[in-house]
Design a protein around this ligand. Structure first.
Ligand SMILES: Cc1ncc(COP(=O)(O)O)c(C=O)c1O
Length: 490
C-alpha cells in the first residue's frame, strides 16, 4: 500500500512537472547569448564540434521536424541530430515511455536486471533471427563509440587478433579504439601512436571512384583489388600455408555516414562478404547512423543481402532521449562461455530510461510500416533533389539516396571538383534563420559530411510531409541563390 501510494505520488509529480514544462516551453532563458558566449569562452572545452561554426548556434526548443532559436524562429531540420532523432523531436509516444519509466524505475545499477532490458535484447535477437537466420545476443552500452569498443573486444576475444580492416571514409567514433579504425588521420594526429590502426580499404564511392573507373562497366574492380591482397603471402595479408589472415574482421558502414551518405553499387557487399568468409574474416556492421530504417530497412545492410557476424547500433534506438547503444553478435562470438561476466561494463550501460524508450521504439517499429514510409518519402525527396540538380548543374555534382538517407554533393562549375567553401557558406546561411519560409522567416539545419566536406548528408524526420519536403528543397534553392548567385544558369 505504502509503495502504491508513493508510486502514485511520483506519477502525479511527473504529470505536474510535464504540465509545468509545457507552460514554460516558450520562456526565454535568463542570460542573453552574448553573456552565454562569454561563459563558453571561459569555461567550456572547445574540443568538440561546437566551434566548427563561428559564432556557435543556440537553439531553445524542438518539436517534430523543427528546432526553434531563442527568438522563436523555426528551423527545418534535415539532419535530425545525425539521425539520432529520426522519429521526430518531442515524439509523444516515446517521450511518454520515458516519463512512465521516470515514475517507476528511473535508476538502477546496470548489474541488476529489469524487464525492459531483457525484452529489448530479445526483440533485437528475434529480429536478427528472422532477418538473418542467426542466433545471437546483445551487449548494451551507452554511446556508439563505446559499443564499437565492446565489439572490438568481442572480435579480439574470439579471433585472438588485433588487426582489422575498415573503409577509407569510414567513421566509427572518437574513443581511442574507435578512432583507430576511423579513417580520418585528423582525429588521431595529436593523440599518440595507434598500434592497432585499421588497414583502410577504398570504399566503392562511384562518383569519385578511387580507381577512376565508371560504375557502368567497372566489374567491381575495387573488390577485385581487395581480393588480390590474399593472392600471396608477400602482399602481407595472408598465410596460405596456415590458411589464415592477419586480419580478424572488416568494420563496415553499409552506407557511409560521416563519409557522405555514399551508397555502394549492387553486388559489392555480397562479393565482399564472400571474400571475407573464404578467409575466416568476420564482418562487423556499424549501423549506428544508418540503422532503424534510416536507409529504408531496419538495418541498412539488409539492402545488400548480407548477413553480418556482429551489428553495432545506437543513436535512433532511443530517438535521442536517454542514450543507449549496443552490439549484437552471433552466439559463437558472445555466448557466456567465450564472453564471460565482467568482460565489459559501464555504469550507464542498459540504463532503465534508455531501455524503456528503446523497447517502445522497437514496438513502434513493429507496428508502423517504416520501410514503406521511408522508401516512399525518400523516393519523393530524391526526385526533388534530382530536379534541383538539373536546375543547378554548376552547383550540385551528385545526388543519391536510399530510404531517407540522402546526399547532395556540392561542386564547382565543372560539376565534379568539390566545393567545400560553398558548402560551408550554405550551411552557415541556413543557420541565420532569415530564409523565406511559408510566409515567415525560417532557418534550415543541414549537416556537412564527405571526404572533402562538400556533401550535405540529409537525414530528415520520418514524419516529414511531402509539403515539408517541397519546402526543404525550396530552402536549399534559396541558399544556392544567395551563396552562388554567379552560377545560377546552366
Ligand atoms: C557510423 C557511426 N559509427 C559510430 C559513431 C559514434 O557514435 P557516438 O557518437 O554515439 O559515439 C557514429 C557517430 O556519428 C557513426 O555515425
Amino acid at each position: 500500500m505504502l509503495q502504491n501510494g508513493r508510486l502514485n505520488r511520483g506519477r502525479e509529480a511527473i504529470n505536474e512537472m510535464s504540465k509545468r514544462s509545457d507552460d514554460q516551453a516558450f520562456r526565454t532563458p535568463a542570460l542573453d547569448e552574448t553573456r552565454l558566449l562569454e561563459l563558453d569562452a571561459k569555461y567550456s572545452s572547445w574540443g568538440d564540434t561546437v566551434h566548427y561554426l563561428t559564432p556557435p548556434k543556440f537553439f531553445d526548443r524542438s518539436e517534430g521536424s523543427y528546432l526553434y532559436d531563442r527568438e522563436g524562429i523555426p528551423y527545418l531540420d534535415l539532419q535530425m541530430w545525425y539521425s539520432a532523432a529520426s522519429f521526430g523531436y518531442g515524439h509523444a509516444r516515446l517521450n511518454g515511455s520515458l516519463v512512465r519509466q521516470l515514475g517507476r524505475l528511473p535508476q538502477l545499477a546496470s548489474q541488476y536486471l529489469h524487464s525492459e532490458r531483457l525484452e529489448l535484447a530479445a526483440a533485437i535477437g528475434r529480429l536478427n533471427e528472422s532477418k538473418f537466420g542467426l542466433q545471437g545476443r546483445v551487449q548494451f552500452n551507452v554511446g556508439g563509440s563505446q559499443a564499437i569498443e565492446d565489439s572490438l573486444k568481442i572480435v579480439r576475444n574470439t579471433t585472438h587478433k588485433n588487426l582489422v580492416f575498415a573503409f577509407m571514409g569510414g567513421y566509427h567514433g572518437r574513443t581511442l579504439g574507435a578512432s583507430a579504425i576511423s579513417s580520418s588521420y585528423r582525429y588521431r594526429r595529436r593523440f599518440g601512436h595507434f598500434s592497432d590502426r585499421a588497414q583502410f580499404v577504398p570504399f566503392p564511392y562511384c562518383f569519385r571512384c578511387p580507381y577512376d573507373k565508371k560504375r557502368e562497366d567497372c566489374g567491381l574492380y575495387c573488390l577485385q583489388q581487395f581480393e588480390k591482397n590474399f593472392e600471396t603471402e608477400y602482399h602481407s595479408f595472408w598465410d596460405p600455408q596456415a590458411g589464415e589472415s592477419e586480419f580478424s574482421a572488416f568494420y563496415v558502414e553499409p552506407i557511409q555516414g560521416t563519409g557522405g551518405y555514399i551508397i555502394p553499387p549492387p553486388g559489392y557487399f555480397a562479393g565482399l562478404k564472400k571474400i571475407l568468409e573464404e578467409r575466416h574474416i568476420l564482418m562487423v556492421d556499424d549501423e549506428i547512423q544508418m540503422g532503424m530504417y534510416r536507409a529504408g530497412k531496419f538495418w541498412a545492410i539488409e539492402n545488400f543481402d548480407v548477413a553480418p557476424d556482429a551489428i553495432v547500433f545506437g543513436k535512433a534506438l532511443t530517438n535521442g532521449l536517454n542514450p543507449l547503444s549496443g552490439v549484437w553478435a552471433r552466439e559463437e562470438l558472445i555466448s557466456p562461455d567465450v564472453f564471460p561476466p565482467g568482460s565489459t561494463h559501464s555504469t550507464f550501460a542498459s540504463n532503465t530510461l534508455g531501455t524503456a524508450v528503446a523497447l517502445e521504439a522497437m514496438r513502434m517499429m513493429q507496428e508502423i510500416d517504416y520501410e514503406t514510409i521511408t522508401r516512399r518519402k525518400g523516393a519523393y525527396f530524391l526526385a526533388q533533389l534530382k530536379d534541383l540538380q538539373r536546375r543547378h548543374p554548376k552547383v550540385i555534382g551528385d545526388t543519391d539516396g536510399m530510404g531517407l538517407a540522402l546526399r547532395l554533393e556540392i561542386c564547382r562549375e565543372d560539376g565534379h571538383t568539390p566545393d567545400r567553401e560553398l558548402t560551408s557558406a550554405m550551411f552557415a546561411e541556413g543557420l541565420k534563420g532569415d530564409l523565406a519560409g511559408a510566409g515567415k522567416p525560417m532557418g534550415l539545419v543541414l549537416d556537412i559530411g564527405g571526404y572533402f566536406k562538400n556533401v550535405f548528408t540529409l537525414a530528415p524526420c520520418f514524419d516529414i510531409t511531402e509539403q515539408e519536403i517541397d519546402l526543404a528543397v525550396d530552402l536549399i534553392e534559396q541558399l544556392i541563390r544567395r551563396c552562388a548567385p554567379d552560377r545560377l544558369n546552366a
